[in-house]
Each structure stands twice: as structure tokens, then as C-alpha cells.
Ligand binder design. Structure first.
Ligand SMILES: [Zn+2]
Length: 117
């Protein structure tokens, strides 16, 4: 089986961060900072102020960032991250949500007829 499409062999598109890297970014700010420190702010669009963590992308203005967050690629990415983190946390079994206990509200409104004389 040969590779029919030559473009898949010689991909020149800019590589973004992998999903597992982004998950680590979302979990610890230190991890994210380490990555950001590898880039010089003056080389980044908008001096690196408008960053989408999920997509690992920088934007020129807060407006373009906001527009991006409403867009399809971003939402697709969020879904991908959610699925991936679900899969990893299942194997880790670290933070299981046990806090939401259903509160047993005991209504003491007895339907008895009370006659106050
Ligand atoms: Zn995004």
C-alpha cells in the first residue's frame, strides 16, 4: 500500500500542540507557562496576550480571540479535549466526583390539621 496523496508525506502546515499537551496545559499553569516561555512575546501576534489554551494559538486582538472562540474549529477542539481527558482520567482514577450527594430534604410540613384555640 503506497501513499496516494503526496501532501500527507510532505505536510508543511504549522504544527500545533497535541491534545495531551493541551490537557496538561489546562491542568497546570506551570506547564503552560513553560511552553509560553519558549516563545518570545515580540514574535507572537498581539504580543502573546490573546492566547487560546485549547487550540494553542495566539491572536492579534481580544476581538479575534473572541471570534475564534465562537468558531467551529475551537468547538471541535474543545470536544476533542473533553473526550481525551475523559479517556485519560478513566485510567488515572484520580479525581472522582463524590461531592454531589443528593440532599435529603426533610419537609416537616405535616399535613395535620392543627387547631389553635
Ligand atoms: Zn480555540
Amino acid at each position: 500500500m503506497g501513499v496516494g496523496n503526496k501532501r500527507t508525506l510532505t505536510k508543511t502546515r504549522r504544527k500545533t500542540r497535541d491534545v495531551d499537551q493541551v490537557i496538561s496545559d489546562l491542568r497546570s499553569h506551570k506547564h503552560l507557562k513553560q511552553y509560553k516561555d519558549t516563545k518570545a512575546p515580540e514574535d507572537l501576534p498581539g504580543l502573546g496576550k490573546n492566547y487560546c489554551v485549547a487550540c494553542a494559538r495566539w491572536f492579534d486582538t481580544p476581538f479575534t480571540l473572541a471570534t475564534h472562540e465562537r468558531g467551529k474549529p475551537h468547538k471541535r477542539r474543545l470536544k476533542q479535549l473533553r473526550d481525551e481527558s475523559k479517556a485519560t482520567s478513566k485510567s488515572e482514577q484520580s479525581n472522582v466526583l463524590e461531592s454531589d450527594k443528593p440532599e435529603t430534604a426533610q419537609d416537616s410540613t405535616d399535613g395535620g390539621v392543627e387547631m389553635v384555640l
